[in-house]
Design a binder for this molecule. Structure first.
Ligand code: SF4
Ligand code: SF4
Length: 481
């Protein structure tokens, strides 16, 4: 609460179009439906410092990972043409695609749990849209055009050589950055070596890839230079789902109304009516990238970026008042009902995430470096009987899932003497290549008195893994039983 001895609060920024944001109106929209161009003010504080660290790590992850190799293989590549993908040095083929689905499911359930617990923190801290906008494009804009006040002035100023020069320099750097992000994205599909070869060959040698990169660059330019926060507010499907993902115990960025209201300027008049801690300076509104006034309550457009928290803490610090007039709270906390973290919605989302992650972890841990299947030969009888022997023809199908070429040795064992004819006992296979090896096993009739089981033994020279695969030996004696 205010006291007559308090320092003068920060004055409202002079160039600020202090669009008071009515609770039912988008902060980025005027009453006639046209868009308000967001020029969020710079803010410093503990959350901004932490966000910058997170942004730096994520930019390195998003841009650098597709461009590097681990163990001679792309760190991340989705090679759709060859139906294979690489993840952190491991090689996967089309049969492993269900693992990608498990990964996507784990991520989706994790995101649902995080949203039910803490609101849109993914949006404000880790989504590539925010990471690149706030971590790359906005700082470039500030470098060329200055603070919010200077940018607003420049926006309003008539065209001049200075304005043209600043805008040209800014967009040239934006274009350079967008082109590089687009190329990093292209590397996800073609791999870093192929991308480098394509760049060196020039656009004429790879017109489709060139057009694709140019198209994506154009999309990035449109998004990060003009569309910006509209992506989070009106386009992103995850953003649109917020109202069903939240409940009254979700901990979101909140204004502590009981402490802040009645808001008003600090008055030194002795008879002034007592006021809340909010001095109505509007700093929390002008730093908001989606233009909302968090004092109007929780809103779907809030990205949980915490810029308003840092801005208000700064104001409170100058006024020598406690911080966190804006902080984290659930609806139930705000109305005095206390915090409930564990609740059915959160438990179900978390359990589904852990189940998907556990299944994925188990599948990866038990994944063999090759696949093998025994297939009865198409178009021929599963067994042939002569006066002396019973024969079983079949094929052994091998897929090398090692990241390197490997040699596979094949042999067949049985509990009785057998005669084996193999297409080849040793198969050389490149990474992710496959082969079918024809095989024929003959057993003397008098030895086949009932069901018999063969064992196909496959030894992988690259990994040293030995797989023993059972196969029923078919005969009239086994079929009849
Ligand atoms: S909540 Fe804080 S930053 Fe926002 S207007 Fe009030 S005092 Fe200023
Ligand atoms: S209200 Fe605060 S936390 Fe939400 S988007 Fe605006 S600045 Fe970020």
């Amino acid at each position: 609460m205010t006291s007559p001895t308090e320092p003068t609060p920060p004055t409202r920024l002079p160039l600020l179009p202090t669009h008071a944001v009515p609770p039912s109106t988008l902060g980025t929209m005027k009453h006639d439906g046209s868009r308000i161009k967001m020029q969020p003010a710079d803010v410093k504080g503990k959350w901004m410092t932490r966000r910058r660290v997170v942004f730096a790590l994520l930019i390195a992850f998003y841009v650098v990972m597709p461009l590097v190799e681990i163990g001679g293989k792309p760190a991340i590549q989705l090679d759709a043409a060859a139906r294979r993908f690489y993840l952190f040095g491991a090689t996967f083929n089309a049969q492993d695609f269900w693992m990608v689905l498990l990964l996507v499911l784990s991520f989706a359930f994790g995101l649902l749990a995080l949203t039910a617990w803490r609101g849109r923190v993914w949006c404000g801290w880790a989504c590539p849209q925010t990471v690149f906008l706030e971590g790359v494009y906005r700082p470039i804009e500030r470098f060329f055009e200055g603070s919010r006040e200077q940018r607003l002035k420049l926006d309003a100023a008539p065209w001049s050589a200075r304005k043209l020069g600043l805008r040209a320099a800014k967009y040239a750097v934006f274009l350079f950055v967008s082109l590089n992000i687009a190329q990093a994205a292209a590397a996800i599909f073609v791999g870093p070596r192929e991308l480098l070869a394509m760049i060196l060959d020039g656009p004429r040698a790879h017109p489709e890839a060139f057009l694709l990169v140019m198209g994506f660059t154009a999309v990035l330019m449109f998004n990060f230079t003009w569309f910006r926060e509209q992506f989070c507010v009106v386009l992103c499907p995850y953003g649109r789902l917020q109202s069903v993902l939240h409940d009254k115990d979700s901990i979101t960025v909140s204004y502590f109304e009981k402490r802040g209201e009645p808001r008003g300027k600090v008055s030194k008049a002795p008879a002034a009516a007592p006021k809340g801690d909010c001095v109505d300076c509007n700093r929390c509104v002008v730093v908001c990238p989606t233009g909302i006034d968090i004092r109007n309550g929780m809103q779907m457009e809030c990205l949980a970026c915490l810029q308003c928290v840092d801005a208000c803490d700064d104001v409170m610090h100058k006024l020598k008042r406690p911080p966190e007039l804006i902080g984290f709270a659930s609806h139930h906390e705000l109305i005095g009902k206390g915090r409930t973290v564990l609740r059915p919605r959160l438990a179900v989302y978390s359990a589904l995430m852990l189940l998907s992650l556990g299944t994925l972890g188990f599948s990866l841990a038990t994944r063999t470096p090759f696949e093998s299947n025994v297939i009865r030969t198409k178009g021929s009888n599963p067994f042939v009987m002569t006066a002396e022997v019973v024969r079983n023809p079949f094929e052994i199908h091998l897929v090398n899932k090692n990241p390197e070429p490997s040699r596979f040795h094949l042999s067949i064992e049985a509990p009785v003497p057998i005669e084996v004819v193999l297409g080849t006992p040793d198969v050389e296979l490149a990474s992710l290549a496959d082969a079918r090896v024809p095989a024929m096993v003959s057993i003397k009739r008098e030895l086949v008195k009932g069901p018999l089981e063969l064992t196909i033994v496959i030894t992988d020279s690259h990994s040293g893994v030995v797989k023993r695969q059972p196969l029923a030996f078919l005969s009239p004696m086994s079929v009849g039983r």
